[in-house]
Structure formats: structure tokens, C-alpha cells
Design a protein around this ligand. Structure first.
Ligand SMILES: [Zn+2]
Ligand SMILES: [Zn+2]
Length: 236
């Protein structure tokens, strides 16, 4: 990371089976306090999996629908978005809301669409434009087992492209994002990623991410594995 570079990391909630954080520029840190955040999973109806966004509710306004935080940031600095255009994340990390990472494109633009990759295992290194997000998120201490536990009962909300609630489900039937904190690969199909064999709770895009996450995950993993064994009735 550039020396002297200051960024804000905002906890937005749990989605895709993990805790999610949004990255903002230093100049946007003060406005973060005005909002309540939600990690919002938008399922792509064309079968391209899902995306996780920072969704923000203005705490000064009651009963507002809220807004996508990247759209809010764009409008704050660059003005309104003309009909037929949308704000997208250049590096493909849909919670990296630094202004530098945002741009507007026509609604039908395919250029920044997430590429489906057959071999998920070939990942493991961030691309250059994702490295700031990667570095920032890597520095967040892992959750304690009891914090993970609490969040396991959380529900995910799914919305269609018009922002209407489609369904609410528990995590067992939602798209998982790779559990390694900085990796933002997300399943294109339910249960596409392999599950941690010990705890049966978290999923990874590949073995490299699983190895890298182990120092952070092992405490929760061992705890969960223990609980799981205790809850299985003995065989007769
Ligand atoms: Zn991964
Ligand atoms: Zn595990």
C-alpha cells in the first residue's frame, strides 16, 4: 500500500457465509457514520451467481428504502447517473467503494462483468487493482469463535434487479463467498465451493485460499468441529 494512504474499512454485516467489509476513501470516512449498513446479496437471475454489495440506510431519515453505497458515493462526488447507465466496480470487488474504483457504464455494458472461471483453484493472488482491498481486509483480526457463532444464525436477503425482496434464507441455501477474508470469489452455483471438512461450516474457492485462511480459521474451526461431534448421537 502507498505510504500515507488512509482508507476507511466499514463492517457491513455477514453475507455469503462470512463477515464483509467495505472500503472507502479517507474523505468519505465522516459520512459513513450517517448510515446503517447491510451486506446485500444480489442474485443474478441469469445464473451468474451473486454479488455482495454495501447497502446503506440513512439514519437521519426514517423508513427510507436505502441505497447502494457505491451509487451514493458516486453521486456525492460526480453527480447523478443518467438513465440507462449504472455505477460499477472496476476491479470486480463489489464492496471496494473507493471513488477510484468506481465508474459509470451503459446498463448493457459487459466489460466489467465477472468472468466465470472454470478452474477456481488457479486464483490465490489478487490482481494488481485488487491489492489495496486485499491488503486492507487482510489486516482485520479474525472473529472470535463466539462472534462467528452468533452470525451463523443470520439470514440473507435476496433481491432482484429492481430491488424487490425475492426471498430470505438461512446461510445453508445461499451462495457462499470464499471464506478467506480478502478473496471475493463467490459461487456461481449453490455448493460449488468445497466445504471445510472439519467444521462443515465454511467454503473456499480453492485449496490455496483454504491454506491461507487456516491461521485465522483454526480457532473457530476446532470449536465448531467439537460442537458438531457432540451434537451427533452415538451410533448403535
Ligand atoms: Zn478464495
Ligand atoms: Zn473449518
Amino acid at each position: 500500500m502507498e505510504p500515507g494512504l488512509k482508507l476507511g474499512i466499514v463492517y457491513i454485516g455477514k453475507a455469503g457465509g462470512k463477515h464483509k467489509y467495505s472500503l472507502v476513501d479517507e474523505k468519505d470516512i465522516p459520512i459513513v457514520k450517517k448510515f446503517r449498513f447491510e451486506a446485500r446479496v444480489d442474485v443474478d437471475r441469469d445464473g451468474n451467481g451473486a454479488n455482495i454489495y454495501a447497502y446503506a440506510y440513512d439514519m437521519n431519515k426514517e423508513r427510507t428504502r436505502g441505497c447502494y453505497f457505491h451509487e451514493y458515493i458516486w453521486e456525492r462526488h460526480c453527480g447523478g447517473v443518467a438513465p440507462g447507465f449504472k455505477v460499477i466496480h472496476k476491479n470486480g470487488v463489489t464492496v471496494d467503494n473507493r471513488l477510484y474504483n468506481l465508474t459509470i457504464v451503459p446498463n448493457n455494458c459487459k466489460k466489467y462483468k465477472r468472468q466465470r472461471t472454470e478452474k477456481m483453484d488457479c486464483y490465490g493472488e489478487p490482481s494488481e487493482d485488487q491489492s489495496i482491498y486485499w491488503t486492507a481486509v487482510s489486516r482485520i483480526p479474525p472473529p472470535e469463535p463466539h462472534e462467528e457463532e452468533l452470525s451463523c444464525t443470520s439470514y440473507s436477503k435476496f433481491y432482484d434487479a429492481n430491488g424487490n425482496l425475492v426471498r430470505e434464507e438461512d446461510d445453508s441455501s445461499s451462495f457462499y463467498e470464499c471464506h478467506f477474508a480478502p478473496c471475493s470469489k463467490i459461487e456461481h452455483e449453490l455448493q460449488e465451493f468445497s466445504i471445510c471438512g472439519r467444521c462443515q461450516q465454511v467454503r473456499y474457492c480453492g485449496t490455496l485460499c483454504q491454506q491461507r485462511d487456516w491461521p485465522n480459521h483454526k480457532k473457530c474451526c476446532k470449536e465448531k468441529a467439537k460442537q458438531r461431534l457432540q451434537s451427533i448421537p452415538p451410533e448403535r
